[in-house]
Ligand binder design. Sequence first.
Ligand code: SF4
Ligand code: SF4
Length: 484
Amino acid sequence: MSDIEEIEVRGGQGQVLDPETYRDSIGTMDQSGKRKWVYPRKPKGKYTNYRYLVSCILLLIYFSVPFIKINGNPMLLFNVIDREFFIFGQPFYPQDFFILTLGAIASLIFIIVFTIAFGRIFCGWICPQTIFLEMIFRKIEYAIEGDRNRQMKLDRQEWNTEKIWKRGLKWTIYLVISLIITHFMFMYVVGYKEVFRIVSEGPFANPTNFIVMILLTAAFYFVFAWFREQVCTLVCPYGRLQGVLIDKDTVNVFYDFKRGENRAKWRKGEDRKAAGKGDCIDCHQCVVVCPTGIDIRDGQQLECVNCTACIDACDEVMEKVGLPKGLIRYATENEIEKETKFKFTGRMKGFALILVLLTGFLGYLLYNRGEMEAKFIKPAGSTFFVRDGKITNTYNYTFLNKTNDKKIVTIRVIEPKHGEVIYSASSKITVERDKITKGTVNISFPENEMNLSKQNITIGVYDMKGNLVDSYETYFEGPFKLQF
Ligand code: SF4
Ligand code: SF4
């Protein structure tokens, strides 16, 4: 049994619990399953400042990206309605979805490798749920209702004038922010101009958009005003994956139980070592600051989102009592238990190798992604006609220009030889950037070249420098011929 398992008092409640109890229950629920509201103390310290800086940068990115254009294209757009997709200004089409799927798989492997090595750092530092909740909504709450104790007092008190106006103001601001977040989210789907248009025309002109907007706003409001940390502890699938991804070599926020135990209250001037006491002075500052309502001293728990608030709280306490900081810190379990250094395990190396291979393959596909996609389809019900010793078929063409420049192209038959292209207008076809161009051409072959009634042909699309930009294999019909 390790040292930490011998500690029986949980969360400063004074109750003697089974050492494994915290693994069977959620910190934010009582035994009857009723929600225990968390009133985390306002965190402050080195890590909180760094997180604040990272959050400001990420929020700036979130609110500015819809307005950024690259080569005249939106930087990011996921217009599932019109099937228009832009990533870093590069247009992607449903035809390119295998690249996006591979990209999604590579991202998933990256997340797995990252989680195996660094645990839930993503949750505490980058996850939008944490950033919006801790850096926007919670800050408003602190500003209006005060810190932990004042919030608890306000919650307990009657609905008097103070409570009504404070709660009313907080909920109104929450609603406005939820609306803003929803509108910006919409910009990632339909573009900012479209959102401005919808807003300027009003809800009656766009009832469907209006209803979707209201539903999303309500969802954000519900999550940030009430559901809060339960997204991380009950809903988020990434949180559930931790159990299988992390091991004793994963970096996480850890309490150094070797140094901290036996925990005991602080007595001025006491020689704690001589008294057999650890460095933890059992002040519960790490508990009251936790936004998921857990006691990190119980060990690694699924509710911990690695937000670092307990590190800052404990460091502040250690500083005050003149003990070394880092009783709670980023570390691996082995680092604390066996006092070994962080190392890359075989599992991490294996996943990292897969990630490198996948990223290389993805880069290759992106680099070789065609500039143009051409299709030649025979119109429904069309057949061939024979005139002056030539057989002619009609094709409807569709050109998709995936580049940021206008292209002028021409069509030639690659296989079999001697095919002739007859244009209805000019042989130079203009294909606007990021647009689909449609038209019709006739293709004919000398009668004696076509030996089969249905023969495969390859049609090429060339730019004005004679470079092949895409080719398409289709079939050519002719009169039935007896084969001997
Ligand atoms: S235990 Fe510490 S790091 Fe984990 S969620 Fe609570 S305060 Fe954040
Ligand atoms: S803040 Fe530090 S000293 Fe205080 S209870 Fe938590 S671990 Fe112990």
